[in-house]
Write a new protein. Sequence first.
Length: 159
Amino acid sequence: MAIGSVVKVGVDPGDHGQVVVAGVPDPIIAQLFATGAGSFVPLFWMSIFVGFTWLHYRTVTKLGSGPWHEVTGTVVTSSITSNRRKAVIKSTEGPAFRVNFGLRGITYFPVPRAGSITTLRLEGDGAGGVMVGVKGLVGDNLGVIGPVGTRQEATRVKL
């Protein structure tokens, strides 16, 4: 409506606080529409967050349902980049393996240097996916484990 235009105003006899302007949509409907449109974006992102959290929860419960295994070995190489630990460890029980896992759920993580001995608590799905916990520290996180892949890594493992 333009400024200065003539309007017809109606008042509800039962509720004098509610004024209705003829030709203008009901203010309650307009407020409901604005509220719905304004809450769509936060609800959309919250539903995506809940979806990813649910997928993570399902993965963790699937991986963590089996028995945990403690693996002790000598660290061949170790690095932390982008809050992820990448290491090659020569196990005392078997061959060397490469492990890569996140550190968000693990409190105070000391980085073992090459040549030091470390113990990891592992639970895997048999296809390379693994849940990693560090003995003596609180928390665990998802990661990937596999054999040492390159010839260069294999020669470094021979301590």
